[in-house]
Design a protein around this ligand. Structure first.
Ligand SMILES: O=C(O)CCC(=O)C(=O)O
Ligand SMILES: [Mn+2]
Length: 226
């Protein structure tokens, strides 16, 4: 990282943690930004809330319409949950595993998502869905667009917790070679506007240990579905 971009990150003592970095922003494409370490200060609260969601709606490996079992385990909270099965991809207000509505979106989830969106230039973000992705070593997400939402005016807000991952972020065509961005604990990616339908994915997770999550990465992806 260039010296100028590195300066000033080590002011975590302001937040009482001498190891913590102050957040900074990294624009990656028109309408797309990585808010580095933005969620660190609330990571513990996010993880505690995530555990409660998972207790009510356990992580599961969904099957794609093509019949492949996804390597990433998923669950949801909020009004709508993203699901996949042999019939296709869709948003469903009911968890098909339990027949009950998805757990409500925890307040801290909404706060972090709204703040991140506003910081990235998308005020008044009102997500109705939070897809929670659990990556164990080897799990990956192939290049795709988030396009099951009826409202494409709202951005996607994506929070990384735990083990680092390589985020692949390309253009509006699948054929465009994606750039690779390491995502760390507390990083928040926001993409919308001209980048809303950018192809993106996550490279296979490397083995590791993170003090906050152990051997896994948790990603929270917030969407306005309609
Ligand atoms: O895990 C990530 O960082 C990205 C997740 C994602 O692209 C998705 O859930 O659609
Ligand atoms: Mn996605």
């Amino acid at each position: 990282m260039p010296e100028a971009a590195g300066a000033g990150h080590l002011s975590g003592h302001l937040f009482g943690d001498p190891e913590a970095e102050a957040p900074w922003d990294e624009a990656i494409a028109p309408g797309a930004v990585l808010l580095r370490r933005h969620a660190c200060a609330r990571a513990e609260a996010l993880l505690a809330a995530a555990r409660e969601v998972v207790a009510a709606a356990p992580m599961r490996h969904l099957v794609t319409p093509g019949g492949q079992t996804m390597s990433v385990a998923m669950t949801n909270c909020g009004e709508w949950g993203w699901v996949s099965d042999r019939r296709g991809y869709r948003y469903d207000p009911v968890d098909p595993a339990s027949g009950r509505p998805w757990p409500p979106m925890p307040a801290v989830f909404l706060e972090v998502a709204r703040e991140a969106a506003a910081r990235a230039g998308y005020p008044d973000f009102a997500p109705q869905a939070c897809l929670m992705n659990l990556y164990r070593p080897g799990a990956r997400l192939t290049l795709h667009q988030d396009r099951d939402e009826l409202d494409l005016a709202a951005p996607i807000v994506s929070v990384s917790l735990g083990l680092p991952a390589i985020f692949l972020f390309g253009g509006l065509l699948r054929s465009e070679r994606p750039r690779r961005y390491p995502l760390q604990h507390g990083d928040v990616a926001v993409w919308g506007g001209p980048s809303r339908l950018a192809f993106h994915g996550v490279a296979p997770l490397a083995e590791g240990h993170h003090p906050a999550t152990g051997a896994v990465r948790l990603n929270l992806t917030f969407r306005k579905t309609r």
